[in-house]
Design a protein around this ligand. Structure first.
Ligand code: HEM
Length: 81
């Protein structure tokens, strides 16, 4: 399997709307979560993290500190930061 591409933070930041795609980072990975936005149990709040890091939001909403949440996230990985 070919390695995933490496993206700059500037490239990630271009993707912060449903029109342009919704990308987020977690640790050193990049995720395209566009398709997940409408399925998110926490609704549109997820868009607050669009184009940036999940960590500050997940620190506030500790409901994400569960294995099954990381499993969902892993399905949307598109690259490395
Ligand atoms: C709940 C996933 C980003 C706010 C949840 C739950 C999942 C989830 C699976 C349900 C957890 C459970 O009850 O077991 C994700 C994923 C995210 C993401 C995969 C990123 C790709 C965010 C962000 C915010 C947020 C950035 C806030 C800015 C919330 C809130 C809930 C929630 C408030 C609780 C909803 C409720 O139970 O009423 N999220 N989330 N989430 N999420 Fe997220």
């Amino acid at each position: 399997k070919a390695p995933l591409p490496v993206f700059s933070q500037a490239e990630v930041t271009k993707h912060r709307s449903l029109e342009d795609g919704v990308w987020v980072t977690y640790k050193d990975s990049v995720y395209d979560i566009t398709e997940f936005v409408s399925m998110h149990p926490g609704g549109d709040k997820i868009l607050l993290a669009a184009g940036g890091a999940l960590e500050p939001f997940w620190a506030l909403y500790a409901v994400h500190n569960q294995e099954h949440v990381l499993e969902i996230l892993s399905e949307y990985k598109v690259g490395e930061l």
